[in-house]
Design a binder for this molecule. Sequence first.
Ligand SMILES: [Zn+2]
Ligand SMILES: [Zn+2]
Length: 674
Amino acid sequence: MQKVIGSSPIEPTSSERAPFFFDFEYMEQIKIKFPDGTEKEFEKGITAFTIANKISSRLADDALVAKVNGKIVDLSTSINNDADMQILTFENPDGKETYWHSTSHLMAHAVQSLYPEAKFGVGPAIDTGFYYDIDINKTLSEEDLVKIENRMLDISKQKNPFVRTELSKSEAINFFEKKGDNYKLEILSKLDENAETISIYDEGEFTDLCTGPHIPDTSKIKYIKLLSVSGSYWRGDENNKQLQRIYGVSFPKKKMLDDYIVALEEAKRRDHRKLGKELELFHLTPKVGSGLPIWLPKGTILRETLEKFLKEEQTKRDYLPVVTPHIGNINLYKTSGHYPFYKDSQFPTMKFENDNEEYLLKPMNCPHHFQIYLAKPRSYRDLPLRLAEFGTVYRYEQSGELNGLTRVRGFAVDDSHIFVRGDQLKDEVCNVIDLIKVVFTTMGFKEFTTQLSFRDNNVEKYGGDLALWDKAQVEIKEAADLMNLDYHIEEGEAAFYGPKIDFMVKDTLGRKWQLGTVQIDYVMPERFNLEYVGSDGQKHRPVVIHRAPFGSLERFIGILIEHFAGYFPTWLAPVQAVVIPVSQNYFDYAKLVCNKLKSNNVRVEVDERSEKIGYKIREWENQKVPYMLIVGEKEKESNSISLRQHKVGDKGIMSLKDFSQKILDEIINKTNHN
Ligand SMILES: [Zn+2]
Ligand SMILES: [Zn+2]
């Protein structure tokens, strides 16, 4: 067993000593190229940390890992050849990920020191921090988390370096057998030592099986918050033992932790599961089934308003509505390739005893729309043909993955399949991008970014004619430029059937959500033998664009609820105004106001309860209704209302005519006053 820091077999040293490591008389030189394009020569074998230190001691302080020729490595890694290099800090996503993953080691260390019998599963970084799955004969409480957190802070101060050791599989097995760590042994048993280097990392008295990389030492981890603990089956399999998964997050600066806690409280306040219940939008009950939300009247109004908005925008752009059933003959999905390849994420097939046909709850709408295309012969003049449907699809998500509206088992996709000729592709991609931009702007998502997912050179992964692919990729990029998208290109992220565009929005809390998608497809048209007759009288293959600006309507509404914190703009609010008479004497006038607005299609009601006025106002404020119209003697006499706006408060007296005009303007223009 050779102990090393970094991936080269050199005697261990702490990262502090690393700068003086290569004090030889003569060293061969290597060239290091930095992200800003500058190039510098260093002695061969220099560590990434020493390079950071030579740039500035501040950078060396903040440095967590390095990216060398695209690979993230420990700072203690020796560099022996010319290389492109970037020093990564917490500000960099890969730096942050390594920081959080390293904190999961620190947490396991703290757990081991408090509960020596603990066994460890896996401890990765996630988007929002890290977790570790732990097997321990005690149900951990909130107080235990605080204890673990404090122990982590103690250990952090010990400034333990993360020391890498590469070893053979049998050496590793020996080690974890002695330690009695069954889970690590199970992971090891599945590793192929010829294919991958097996490494362990020591951090003080804690050793973990890990490929790395890690941050230099524990002292970098300064501010820690353990967030929750929940049950989690080993390897996500319900037949395995349930471990306890501790979630946490950590930061190098106090302000970062403080900001995080404020944002966390805000996110809790906006949680769509909580607001969905309070605002009576949707209901989830095991009596209907896990992951199968039912829509209450107010939620249905919200949903239908969104559908109406998109349908109108689509009609303007010559989309044609279609409707297809919720189940389909299994052969449809065999042709498309969804069955059996996605069998595990689908509900089981249905079959009657005396019937040869088998059916599937539809996992996608595409094959159904292809049948509509095939229902009659198509000519080049028919294209582009844009078929659109809010089509409900069903996926069997694991129960542990289900989450409110954002991860469900049945959801409506604002789906469309656009059949185009090759020469129409670019224009149509522009049309779709324009529509998606209209949707995002209307919802008040001010910031969104786009990923163009292209193919890489691993050509076996992709179907269809690669020359067409390359042309499409050029055109997608041109369309993205033309439409002023803020985009980046990811090679190797394309679907097997074609390149795609994914849209990410940032909500008011700065959280990123993946929403709309546009996918070019060269494979399905072949599988379904889609054709059109060209101007040359010959048969040609159309290209299919799959696109969905909302993505899943359920998920989109979940995100909207959190984005608006339940304070929907007037055009979306299930109840847009409520008339509150100050006493029974004004019920008639209140009804008159209500009917006047209703005749203009405003969603309005009268609160006729005999509660105190202050109580009613508080309650409607909690219901986040945009406008409260208070009416009494003064208002009745002058044919007016006293206006209260949600979040703002009293807006004073206003004639009924002016208010009607104001609310109608807001609804028609979809004004977002939040
Ligand atoms: Zn690790
Ligand atoms: Zn599709």
